[in-house]
Unconditional design. Sequence first.
Length: 260
Amino acid sequence: MATVHEIDTGGHAPALEARNLSVFYGEKQAVKDVSLVIPAHQVVALIGPSGCGKSTLLRCFNRMNDLVIGARIEGEVLFHGQNLYDSDVDPVEVRRRIGMVFQKPNPFPKSVYENAAFGPRIQGFKGDLDDLVEESLRAAALWDEVSDRLSESAYTLSGGQQQRLCIARTLAVKPEIVLMDEPASALDPIATQKIEDLIWELKERYTIVIVTHNMQQAARISDYAAFLYMGELIEYGPTDTIFTNPKEERTESYVTGRFG
C-alpha cells in the first residue's frame, strides 16, 4: 500500500488528496497506487518523461478520465473531505469546481465575449454578465488586449491570447482549483512568459496543478513538484528540494537531464 508523500505545506490546508490512486486503460495500468496531498493556493507541477502518467493523474482530479472509453479508476480523490468518485457525486459539478486548461488553445467558435460568458450562461448565471466577463478576462491578464475586440471571433486572437481566453473561460465559472495540462507547450517564448506570469498571480486565488515537460518552467513557476516514472510517484516535495537536493537517484537523473 502506497504511503502518502508527506510534505511541509507551509500552513496551507489541503486542496486535494489522492489516496492509493490507480488508473487502468483496459489491461494497462497507467497510474500505480499514487498517494499525495496538494496544498491550497500553491502551484504543484507534475513532471516526468513522456508516458509516465502525468496527464492521466491530472485528469483524475476532475474526473476527466470518466470520458475515456475503457478507463478504470481505483482509490480515492478527496476534495473537501469527500471522495470525488463516490456514486452520489456529480462529475459535471466536479469539473465546475476543478477546472481544466488543455495543452492546445481550444476556444469555441464564438466571439471573445461569448467564450468567457459560455460557462456562466449554461449554468444559469443571474448576475451582471458583462461584469463577470470583464472580471474573468482581467483575471486572465487579457482584458487590456481584447476590451475593444469582444465581438470578434476568438480565432482572430494569437495563440497565446487564445490560451489566456481559455483560462478566462475556466475562471468565469468560479472554480477553486485549476488544472493545466502543458498549457504553454504550443506557444512561443513571449506567450509562454505571459502564461507563467499569470500562473504565479492566480495562485493567490486558486490552487493550480500543472503538467509540464519543461524542467526550467517547473522550477520557475511551481511551489511543489511531483516526479512520476512509469506510473509511479517517485518523489514529491518543495520544488527547490526536488531540483537541488532530491532524495531519489531517479529524480536526480531526470531533473539533471541524464534520462527522459
